[in-house]
Design a protein around this ligand. Sequence first.
Ligand code: DC
Length: 234
Amino acid sequence: MTGRLHGVVAMDGPSGTGKSTVSRRLAATCGAAYLDTGAMYRALTLAVLRTGLDGAAPTAGDVAVAAANDLESVTDPAAPAIRLAGEDIEAEIRGPAVTAAVSAVSAVPAVRTALVQRQRELIAEAVARHGGIVVEGRDIGSVVVPDAPLKVYLTASEEIRAARREAQDRKAGRGGDTVTVLADVRRRDRLDSTRKTSPLHAAADALVIDTDELSVEDVLAELLRLVRDRGLLT
Ligand code: DC
């Protein structure tokens, strides 16, 4: 191992930047925990959809907040998992229905309050147990852990991000043509960046990495250099 991570690495950015892959790899490499906060918003969205409600309806927020009590996130980077009332929902939350509705549910302020609180608890627990955690999302450096010793914001062009998403979907057996995936990437970017409560943006002290021309290995090497330079590895 390269060394153990101490403290929190906040990884933010839109979808298709390679955030999940590099966050998980970084955590595994440094003996740290890993938390995918997007999976938590997706899980509550699934709970809303299962009631037959539209993601934007006022009562959908109540359903989502109630479901937060039944949510379980496993922060092991070798086997991350998400469960709702004991059910493994990993595959279902990646499907098109949840992807289409998640921005509306995650824009509801009460949903964000409930999940941010839960995320802070999980982070404190992981730091106490493992020393460090890599947390990925949209508002980690700006809201969830504003005092994180390393904040990274990954970006990439819309076209590259859509192409990565399409390849990922194909690998998971979910077809989707380039035009639809690109339109979905643009729609989610717009909704996630313009919502009133903690919109997607790079924290003022985040290091921005453009991944257009970088492989997963390149980004991982850069992240390892950063954690080492910040004195977060022992
Ligand atoms: O990372 P992802 O694509 O699985 O995230 C799904 C959605 O959840 C994304 O469109 C916005 C929302 N999200 C959020 O609002 N805040 C976070 N910290 C993580 C995700």
